[in-house]
Design a protein around this ligand. Sequence first.
Ligand code: ZN
Length: 349
Amino acid sequence: MADVATTRTVTSPGLVCAHHHLYSTLARGMPAPPQSPQRFEDILKFVWWRLDTALDLDIIRDSARLGALEALARGCTTIIDHHESPNAIEGSLDAIAAGCAEVGVRVICSYGVTDRHGAEGAERGLDENRRFLASGGRGMVGVHAAFTCSDDTLQAAADLATEFDVGVHIHVAEGTVDASAADRVRDLATDKWLLVHGVHLQDDHGLAGTIVHNPRSNMNNSVGYAHPRRFENSIALGTDGIGADMLEEFRLAYAAARHTDVASTPDEIWKWLEHGNSLVPDARNDEVVWATRSLDPWHQAFTTGTTPEQVTVDGRVVWANGRSTVVDEDEIIAKAAEAAQRLFQRMEE
Ligand SMILES: [Zn+2]
């Protein structure tokens, strides 16, 4: 359903999700956590760290395909993904890249390095980033977060990113548990880094890089409001794994901003959305034809369910009339359902 007067269409560049976790696409319907989370660290421990240890390469690919399909359905042509699968590290970024390529979505992959499985686990994560980048894969160097990494690991990740002339994609001060992140990475961060969340950063944190704001996820995890307007850094929008409906994330970012500051405007929030195209300029050449009267920020902030009629990525039409033009969606959905069953079974074990 689009807004009324749907005979009108408007075109835009491809939308960019500046922070996603495609592996969480299958998480919907997952078994309930062993106990009810009381704080952010519990959500990591009882939900996401239980899910990621159960992933294998087939599940990762099937999850990425479905997530990529759902992105196209909402006009998002480019995903900056952050991945972790401690029991299936090697080849995991290829699995994500292959899943997205099949559907026709551009993806920038990274493996979230962490010391929470020991120094050897961190080493394997670094190796996966290196292997993928060295093989010509489009990516960044992923780091889970400073609070799960040693200083040596943070340094190694920064060095690897410099070696390949890419940025580091890292969660920063999402919860109070990571409030010291700025002090840990201040001397390492460059303009190419993606600093995800930044909720508990000081106003004058002094970190170079783009801050990626994920309003829905922040609300869902009760970590607080990031107040992105206070930062000098550029701001981009991400979903943190809850789909890739970037117009919806824009609306939510606007509502969240207005909830605390009536001076926030849709124009300002739209710039955060558009900054995704500065991070991945190829997305500017993609074309999304929207069934809507206007893409003016003031119009879209108060319109729900704006839907693309056609999506073109790198010159190829990959979505038209509400369907993929390049893959059998029913097959992808069926395979994803099978993969989800397998994943949930492993999580129960
Ligand atoms: Zn995240």
